[in-house]
Design a protein around this ligand. Structure first.
Ligand SMILES: Nc1ncnc2c1ncn2[C@@H]1O[C@H](COP(=O)(O)OP(=O)(O)O)[C@@H](O)[C@H]1O
Ligand SMILES: [Mg+2]
Length: 191
């Protein structure tokens, strides 16, 4: 079993690297952002409430995303492992994830953080906004708010895994394939 948390600010490249990692390691990809966007697309009550926060660049409540992850873990009990993308985004979410995984006796193997400076992130988010149709990528003020929410609310999650000796930071600027190789190296070192 390999349970990877792919960590990093919005626009760091978590989605891109996740696609490559799920193929190589045969993992189930759990992206809370994607799960929330499919709730929005389906027009559910949860989606409607989440959208108001997401469009402003704010986090949705912990219990909402924890509940979604709980459901997905239950649905995928035969999985060889998971890649958590965009989750946990708060220390409370990280604690809840440890609790959920303890039921399966398969703790987090490692958290790999993609490090990208704020100005490069804003550039990438605005560029993605030209084609993604994501309201939270579209304007600079919202992109900046997301980066600052990350710095305040999500950064402490790195310490949470650091204290468990399960944290590796890597440079998120460079060729996609080079970054992928570095992530794979960190995974191999950790298992
Ligand atoms: N774990 C989470 N906790 C709270 N809110 C979340 C979480 N995951 C996603 N969201 C909401 O969805 C939005 C988009 O998330 P995501 O698609 O992961 O963005 P990105 O991949 O650009 O970092 C976030 O700004 C937030 O509003
Ligand atoms: Mg993403």
């Amino acid at each position: 079993m390999l349970n990877l948390v792919l960590f990093g600010p919005p626009g760091a490249g978590k989605g891109t690297q996740s696609e490559k990692l799920i193929r190589k390691y045969n993992l189930v990809h759990l992206s809370t952002g994607d799960l929330l966007r499919s709730q929005i697309a389906a027009g559910t009550e949860l989606g409607l409430r989440a959208k108001q926060l997401m469009d402003q660049g704010l986090l949705v409540p912990d219990e909402v995303v924890i509940g979604m992850i709980d459901n997905k873990l239950r649905e995928n009990q035969a999985a060889q492992g998971f890649i958590f993308d965009g989750f946990p985004r708060t220390v409370l979410q990280a604690e809840a994830l440890d609790q959920l995984l303890s039921l399966y006796k398969a703790p987090i193997t490692i958290m790999v953080a993609l490090v990208v400076n704020d100005e490069e992130l804003i550039r990438r988010l605005l560029k993605r906004g030209e084609t993604s149709g994501r309201p939270d990528d579209r304007d600079e003020a919202t992109a900046r708010r997301r980066v600052s929410v990350y710095n305040k609310e999500t950064m402490p999650v790195a310490d949470y895994y650091g204290q468990q000796g399960k944290f590796a930071a890597i440079d998120g600027i460079g060729e996609i394939d080079d970054i992928f190789q570095t992530i794979c190296q960190k995974i191999e070192e950790s298992r």
